[in-house]
Each structure stands twice: as structure tokens, then as C-alpha cells.
Design a protein around this ligand. Structure first.
Ligand code: SAM
Length: 196
């Protein structure tokens, strides 16, 4: 999973994550059709592209040098002024005040030492009425035992988002088919939450 260039190639061209779409739909229902979205660990940029297409300004972050060339090369010329990319590690990243923090399949890859600081910067950055969208990996997920990963129980996810109203809290738990090269157990929380 940490062959990031291989991962970027395997997902290149795929559509936006369902959590992002749900958050954007909720904004649209409130008449909010644009704002600033911070796309944390944006990777090759599937969600950043969607935010731009839907009229949002985007700050995309990732620490891998291969990520942003793949994003910029796919951004239409007229949308480029609304995109900024920052190559930065979770531990150092600042989060500008924004309407949306989008962290799709991102935060579990933050090391436990850096997670509390990053999470408090995320919460502080989201304006009242703004949203968090993204995934957390559960404590029963196979990767929970890997060093440098941050996984959460359901109760811990609920606690992290105290002060938010949940609009999506879907728990997915499944096993890979045994014939896969490295089958694993997945426990994923798909979350969209609105800051009060
Ligand atoms: C599973 S990918 C998710 C990419 C994209 N958000 C998506 O939904 O497909 C995880 C991303 O985390 C980034 N990443 C891993 N460790 C990181 C770190 N310490 N600081 C910042 N980004 C990191 C990787 O480069 C990769 O783009």
C-alpha cells in the first residue's frame, strides 16, 4: 500500500470519493456552491479535480513528489488559478481556514505522534457550518498493527468529531478473498460531518 507511485497509477482517472460527493451535495442543498476545500493527502488528485469542476478553490497537500504532476496535468487551463498544491508531510502541514477539509483514505497514514496535532489543526480550520469528509481505518483492520499508522475504534471516531453533526457514518468491514496476494481484513469508517 505504500508504493504510492504504483497506487497513483492504479487509480488514475477514477472518479471522486463518495464522501466528497455527499459533502458537496449537502453544501449544494444549502445553496453553498463554492468555497475553499483543503484536500489532505490528495494523491493523484481525483477529489481535487472534482472540487475544481464544481467551482471550489482547492488547496491540495501531499508529501509524495509524484502526486501533483499527475494532478496539474489533468486540470483544465481555466481552473488552474483556483488550485494551489503544497508538498508537505502531515506533521508539518498548516490547514488554512476553510469550508471543507477532505481527507480521503489519508489520515490512517499519519503517524500516531503527528496525528493529534494534525487533527486539532483540521478541527480549528473548519469554519462553523463547514464540513469534514473522509475515512478513518478501524482498530480491527489488519493494518492497525503496522508501525506508523493511526487507526481508531468507532467510539474514538465519534469523540474526534465531537462538535460536529454526522451526516454519514458508514462502517465497512470485510475480508479480501483468500486468493489475493496479501489478503487483509478491512474496517473503514466513511464519514461526513458538519461543524456546529
Ligand atoms: C491511499 S492514498 C489516498 C489518496 C487520495 N486522497 C485518494 O483518495 O485516493 C494516501 C495518500 O497519503 C499520502 N501520504 C502518505 N504518507 C504521508 C505523509 N506522511 N504526509 C503526507 N501525505 C502522505 C500518499 O502520498 C498518498 O497520496
Amino acid at each position: 500500500m505504500e508504493d504510492w507511485p504504483g497506487y497513483f497509477q492504479s487509480v488514475l482517472g477514477k472518479g471522486p470519493r463518495e464522501t466528497l460527493i455527499a459533502a458537496l451535495d449537502s453544501f449544494a442543498q444549502e445553496g453553498v456552491t463554492h468555497g475553499l476545500g483543503v484536500d489532505i493527502a490528495a494523491g493523484e488528485g481525483r477529489d481535487s479535480l472534482e472540487l475544481l469542476r464544481q467551482g471550489w478553490r482547492v488547496v491540495a497537500t501531499d508529501n509524495h513528489p509524484d502526486a501533483f504532476p499527475l494532478l496539474w496535468s489533468r486540470v483544465p487551463e481555466e481552473l488552474k488559478p483556483r488550485l494551489a498544491t503544497v508538498e508537505v508531510d502531515f506533521g508539518e502541514m498548516q490547514v488554512p481556514g476553510c469550508e471543507l477539509v477532505n481527507a480521503s483514505f489519508a489520515l490512517p497514514f499519519c503517524c500516531p505522534e503527528d496525528f493529534p496535532g494534525l487533527w486539532s489543526r483540521i478541527v480549528a480550520a473548519i469554519r462553523p457550518g463547514g464540513r469534514f469528509a473522509g475515512q478513518f481505518f478501524g482498530d480491527r483492520d489488519t493494518w492497525a498493527s503496522l508501525p506508523g499508522r493511526t487507526h481508531h475504534s468507532r467510539d474514538e471516531v465519534l469523540k474526534l468529531l465531537e462538535g460536529f453533526e454526522f451526516e454519514m457514518m458508514n462502517e465497512e468491514e470485510k475480508d479480501d478473498p483468500p486468493d489475493l496476494r496479501s489478503p487483509k481484513h478491512w474496517q473503514i469508517f466513511h464519514v461526513v460531518a458538519k461543524k456546529r
